[in-house]
Design a protein around this ligand. Sequence first.
Ligand SMILES: Nc1nc2c(ncn2[C@@H]2O[C@H](COP(=O)(O)OP(=O)(O)OP(=O)(O)O)[C@@H](O)[C@H]2O)c(=O)[nH]1
Ligand SMILES: [Mg+2]
Length: 298
Amino acid sequence: MTESAGAFRCGHVAIIGRPNVGKSTLVNRLVGERISITSKKAQTTRHRVAGILTTPDAQLILVDTPGFQTRHRSRLNERMNRLVTESLATVDAVVLVVEAGRTVPADRAVIDLVPRRIAAVAALNKVDALADKNELLPQIAALAALRPFAAIVPLSAAKGTALTSLVAEVRALLPESPPLYDADEITDRDERFLAAEFVREKIFRLLGEEVPYQTTVAIEEFRHEGDLRRIRATIYVDRDNQRAILIGAGGAKMKEIGAAARADLERLFGGKVFLELWVRVRKGWIDDDGALTRLGYS
Ligand SMILES: Nc1nc2c(ncn2[C@@H]2O[C@H](COP(=O)(O)OP(=O)(O)OP(=O)(O)O)[C@@H](O)[C@H]2O)c(=O)[nH]1
Ligand SMILES: [Mg+2]
């Protein structure tokens, strides 16, 4: 039988790139829901999380990954980098995300990670923020010289520009296959994981440069009581002073984090959420392999 353009295609697609280029924003935009956390800070994503996009003729399982770091400072960073390389071993295609107008050495390090046998599309993200669109052509030429990309697509994940072109280019790289997930599924992760991540997102968004990087979130209890989800989470920090910053004067910061996370979770789960947050100090967790594994890092 000859291959027909209308055949259903399905496969795993790794979304990779250096930190902060907009990988998670892109996944969310494609899926149409916020399932992967995002922030202005680099290294927001620490886990592999898939967003699922189902169209009439394809299912793209978009595997969001941590930003690849050319220099790691902790055992956690090492694990994050390992996740990126491991993700590449099991996907059908890759979307390499770089910033439009700017290819830096850290981008080239990511390109070098992708085995030549895996087809890759380059997404030049944040075109909306590029003042001079003339910079795109030389960047496209330079990228094409680094490896044979199946396509190079300038786009904006934040504004939703050119995403249909990206989907069409990626779809063409996937094998003919029936869908692996139901059409209404949007992620491979459970509510427990998402709850921990959204608390962590608020910490990344609402606190300064130091504390978020020394913080992790563990769900202690997740109970359904009718339509209500009762969630108890512990936020771990490295030091006492970070605990104080996180709680804030009179508990104000903690309240703000809790309210923002709860609002997102209620929207995502479509039901009421009762969220109880505790803060504990666990010194050195970020460099302790046993603690990292217990805290849910693969
Ligand atoms: N102007 C503009 N900003 C964007 C766009 N896409 C993402 N951003 C911003 O870039 C920042 C980083 O976005 P993320 O999606 O968290 O980036 P990431 O690559 O997943 O980052 P890590 O997980 O830390 O590696 C956020 O402040 C986003 O709002 C875009 O198309 N245009
Ligand atoms: Mg991310």
